[in-house]
Design a protein around this ligand. Structure first.
Ligand code: HGY
Ligand code: MN
Ligand code: MN
Ligand code: MN
Length: 417
C-alpha cells in the first residue's frame, strides 16, 4: 500500500453524482422486466465493478477485491495505514427489474464526496475507503447482504457456497468465474479491524423525505426482516386429461397461502409480509404443477412479532395444503433482526446536518449488518416517487448532489480524528 500520496485529483473538478451514474445508465437494463437486473458476479455487475475500479484509479485509490468479493478503493492514512478508516459505499447489484439508484447511488455519491473533500484539501489524517458489497439484494442466490454477512461471520460459507441461481450455477462457480477463490470466504478480522466507521448513503425507499420536503435524512433504524422459502407439493399431471375432482394442485394451495399472508400481516400494525416470488415446477402452461416454491418476506420492528407472524403463516399453510391434498415444508430461512443505529454516531451526523430529519426504514442494508460489528450510520437521499425495487425509483440530480455534499460534510467531520 502506498502512503497518503497527495491526490492528483485535487486539481480535477469534482465529478457530479449525475455524471458518474450516467456512465453506467445502460449497464444491466432488463428489457423484459423493465428497470435493471444486475446480479452478483453476472456480466452487468462485473461491468459495474470495472466502472468502480476505473473511477478508483482516476482518483489514485488502491483497489482490492477481498476474500468475500467485496470491492475496496483505499486512500491510505499517514504512513500507508489502513486501520480505523472512514469507510463509505453501498452495493452494485439489484433486484430483478430494479431501479437505477438502489445501491449505485451510494457508490457514486462516495466518489463524488471524495472529490469534494479533495477540492477542500481535506482528510489525510485518517484512511478512507469506498466499498461495494456483493449480493446485497440476494437477487441471484437468495441471501440478502451476502457479502457483508460473510465478512462479519453472520453467514457460514459452507451453507452458501452450494446455493444455486435460477440457471443452476452455484455461488462457488460464480465466484470462480469472476476470478475469486471460494475457499477463502468467511469472517474477515482484518477487514473489520480496518473499519473505524461505516457510512452508507442510499436512495430513500419510501416517501419520508418527499413529505418533509428535505433532500437528505439520517437513518435511525432498520426493520428486522427475513426470508422463508416454502415448498408446496401436490401431484403433477396433464391439464386436459385430469378431472377437477382428481387433482392435488399445489398452485391452488399456494394461491390461498399468498392471500393468508396478506390477511395475517394486515391484522398486525406495522407488519409487512410479501410473497414476491412463486415458482411452479415444471411451469408448463398445459401442466398441473407437481410443486410450487414460495418465497416469503416478513418485516416488523419487533423480532418476536415477526416470528409469531411467520408461525401463523406456516400454521395456515399447513391447514390450506391439507385441505387441498398437498403438503407444505419450510425448506430455507434467513433472518436479520431489527437494527437501531448507534445513537451517538447518529447524533454526530445530525450535528453536521442540522436540517436533515431522522427516518426509520423498512428496507435492509449492508450498513444494518455492519452495525452489529462496527460503528455504522446511514444517509438517505430523497426519492420523489417513493417507489423502490422498481423502474419507478428516482432521484433528481439536485438531490443527488445534495446527498453527496452531505456525505462529504459527514466524512470530513469523521476524518478529523
Ligand atoms: O430487501 C431489502 O430490504 C434490501 O433492499 N435488500
Ligand atoms: Mn440497496
Ligand atoms: Mn434494495
Ligand atoms: Mn438494501
Amino acid at each position: 500500500m502506498t502512503g497518503a500520496a497527495p491526490s492528483p485529483t485535487r486539481s480535477r473538478r469534482p465529478a457530479s453524482v449525475a455524471s458518474l451514474l450516467a456512465d453506467v445508465r445502460d449497464v444491466g437494463r432488463d428489457p423484459r422486466r423493465g428497470g435493471y437486473s444486475r446480479f452478483a458476479y453476472a456480466p452487468a455487475e462485473l461491468e459495474l465493478r470495472t466502472w468502480f475500479e476505473a473511477e478508483a484509479a482516476r482518483r489514485s485509490l488502491d483497489v482490492v477485491t477481498d476474500r468475500n468479493g467485496i470491492l475496496w478503493a483505499w486512500r491510505p492514512g499517514p504512513g500507508g495505514s489502513l486501520d480505523d478508516a472512514v469507510v463509505t459505499g453501498s452495493h452494485l447489484d439489484s433486484v430483478p427489474g430494479g431501479g437505477e439508484f438502489d445501491g449505485p447511488l451510494g457508490v457514486a455519491s462516495a466518489f463524488a464526496a471524495l472529490d469534494l473533500l479533495d477540492a477542500r484539501d481535506v482528510g489525510g489524517e485518517r484512511p478512507l475507503a469506498i466499498v461495494a458489497f456483493p449480493e446485497e439484494e440476494g437477487g441471484r442466490f437468495g441471501r440478502a447482504c451476502l457479502g457483508s454477512q460473510l465478512m462479519t461471520g453472520e453467514q457460514d460459507p459452507d451453507r452458501v457456497l452450494g446455493l444455486l441461481d435460477a440457471d443452476g450455477t452455484s455461488l462457488a462457480d460464480a465466484l470462480t468465474g469472476a476470478g475469486l477463490d471460494p475457499v477463502h470466504l468467511g469472517r474477515d478480522e482484518e477487514a473489520l479491524r480496518r473499519i473505524g466507521v461505516f457510512v452508507e448513503l442510499h436512495v430513500e425507499q419510501g416517501r419520508g423525505l418527499v413529505d418533509l420536503d428535505q433532500p437528505v435524512a439520517v437513518a435511525s433504524s432498520i426493520l428486522g426482516h427475513g426470508r422463508w422459502r416454502l415448498t408446496v407439493t401436490g401431484e403433477g399431471n396433464h391439464a386436459g386429461a385430469t378431472l377437477m375432482a382428481d387433482r392435488r394442485d399445489p398452485m391452488v394451495a399456494a394461491a390461498q397461502v399468498v392471500v393468508a399472508v396478506r390477511d395475517l400481516a394486515s391484522s398486525r400494525p406495522d407488519a409487512r409480509a410479501t410473497v414476491g416470488r412463486l415458482q411452479p415446477v415444471p411451469g408448463g402452461t398445459n401442466v398441473i404443477a407437481s410443486r410450487v416454491d414460495l418465497w416469503l418476506d416478513v418485516r416488523h420492528p419487533d423480532d418476536d412479532v415477526t416470528r409469531a407472524l411467520v408461525a401463523q403463516v406456516l400454521e395456515s399453510a399447513h391447514a390450506v395444503c391439507a385441505a387441498e391434498g398437498c403438503a407444505v415444508e419450510l425448506v430455507e430461512e434467513s433472518y436479520s433482526g431489527q437494527v437501531r443505529f448507534d445513537a451517538g454516531l447518529r447524533d454526530r451526523l445530525r450535528g453536521v446536518l442540522p436540517d436533515a430529519p431522522v427516518l426509520a426504514t423498512g428496507a435492509g442494508h449492508d450498513a444494518g449488518v455492519l452495525a452489529a460489528h462496527v460503528p455504522s450510520a446511514m444517509l438517505f437521499t430523497r426519492n420523489p416517487t417513493g417507489v423502490s425495487h422498481s423502474p419507478e425509483e428516482h432521484v433528481d440530480d439536485a438531490d443527488a448532489e445534495a446527498g453527496a455534499a452531505a456525505l462529504a460534510d459527514v466524512l470530513q467531520d469523521l476524518l478529523v480524528p
